[in-house]
Design a protein around this ligand. Structure first.
Ligand code: ADP
Length: 374
């Protein structure tokens, strides 16, 4: 296969003028731009200054040996990506070739070299170098994107946190004024005025809840997460203790299979269990809530599942419920909430390097799954 970049520049290093001349003729007529050096020192200076696309390097040089020139070029980050083709008429034994290749040369040919073999070898080396360069470029691009993403995530979290702090103060004052109005001027307002006042108070309460959830979301893992060995059964027990009054009131029963010890941030794991179990109780159907927690041992990760017998989630909502402020049953006033709980769960799981998803049947129940790397 022919190389499609005939203008590549080559540095030919050989102390014998006749050899240089022969190589230059062959390679110039194959379409390369040629620079010539006759000593090791000159080769190093020219490689650094000109950054050729490839160096054709003789081993036997008057000052520094070709092996050493190769070693120096490959050790310097500025020149280490330049392919080196060693060519020698004096060092033709297998161990000479092995030494050249072990020392960092990309190929080694012994003289006399057939012209087509020389040109084809150079084309092959240039192709390999371009493929490497493309790979490095895409790695660099990915790194840049990852840095950019991390930066914009951090900015978003900071923005959400500042916003929730700063929105609180005026909201508290609106709430306070509405409360005063309710206490002192209730009798002077007609029923429409009182209804409007009640709507203001409901709006203030809802917005207060949203701000609080946003703040909770923005604080997940802020300042890094602290991984420790967490016994998931203990975590579940503490969540059950916290939620006990709500369980009693709803007649809820929570059962579980044996649960493992996992590497997780204890506070975040508790928050995750709590959000998911609380939802299982909140979005209950006619039957008393039945929630079952289990964990499956997989390759490199645990998969937890939290199954309920609640009202279920419509297929079109199964992915969107993890979005911030997305509420699936907003038309049903009995389910209070702000739509940030599952967005927070998603963030917690992703901070641990896991995934979260759900399976649901409307009217039958929902199972949330999440993974945690081992
Ligand atoms: P919130 O409960 O405050 O609305 P979440 O982010 O916790 O916010 O949940 C988003 C939506 O997902 C809810 O509004 C509800 O429609 C749906 N949902 C969450 N958990 C369940 C569940 N266990 N069963 C049925 N629907 C659920």
């Amino acid at each position: 296969m022919m190389d499609n970049q005939p203008t590549a520049s080559l540095l030919i290093v050989d102390d014998t003028e006749a050899n240089r001349y022969a190589l230059t003729r062959i390679l110039a007529s194959a379409g390369f731009r040629i620079h010539e050096a006759s000593t090791g020192r000159q080769a190093l200076d020219m490689a650094m200054a000109l950054r050729p696309q490839l160096v054709v390097l003789d081993i036997k040089l008057p000052d520094i040996s070709g092996y050493e020139v190769c070693r120096i070029l490959k050790a310097d980050p500025a020149t280490q990506h330049i392919p080196i083709l060693q060519v020698s008429a004096s060092f033709v034994r297998a161990e000479d070739q092995a030494r050249g290749l072990e020392g960092g040369a990309d190929a080694y040919l012994t003289q006399p070299v057939e012209r087509p073999v020389l040109v084809a070898t150079i084309h092959a080396l240039l192709r390999a170098r371009r493929a490497e360069e493309a790979l490095r470029e895409s790695e660099r691009r990915l790194e840049r994107q990852a840095r950019e993403l991390a930066r914009s995530n951090a900015e978003l979290e900071e923005f959400a946190s500042i916003l929730s702090h700063d929105l609180r103060a005026p909201l508290v004052s609106i709430g306070g004024c509405a409360q005063l109005l309710h206490e002192e001027a209730r009798d002077k307002l007609d029923s429409e005025g009182n209804e409007l006042l009640r709507m203001i108070q409901d709006g203030v309460a809802l917005m207060g809840g949203m701000i609080k959830s946003l703040l909770t979301w923005s604080r997940v893992g802020a300042g890094g997460i602290q991984l420790t060995e967490c016994d998931a059964e203990e975590t579940l027990s503490s969540v059950i203790r916290t939620l006990w009054p709500r369980f009693e009131e709803a007649g809820a029963v929570v059962t579980h299979d044996p649960l493992p010890t996992v590497r997780a941030d204890a506070t975040l794991l508790t928050q995750l269990f709590q959000n998911l179990i609380e939802n299982g109780v909140k979005y209950r159907g006619q039957e008393p809530p039945r929630i079952h927690v289990s964990a499956q041992d997989g390759e490199g990760e645990w998969t937890f599942s939290i199954r309920d017998n609640g009202i279920g989630i419509a297929p079109q909502d199964c992915e969107r419920v993890f979005e911030m402020f997305h509420r699936g049953h907003r038309d049903e006033a009995r389910y209070e909430g702000t739509g940030v709980g599952l967005a927070t769960c998603k963030k917690i799981v992703e901070r641990h390097g896991g995934r979260i998803w759900l399976e649901s049947q409307v009217g039958e129940g929902t199972t949330f799954f999440f993974t945690l790397p081992k």
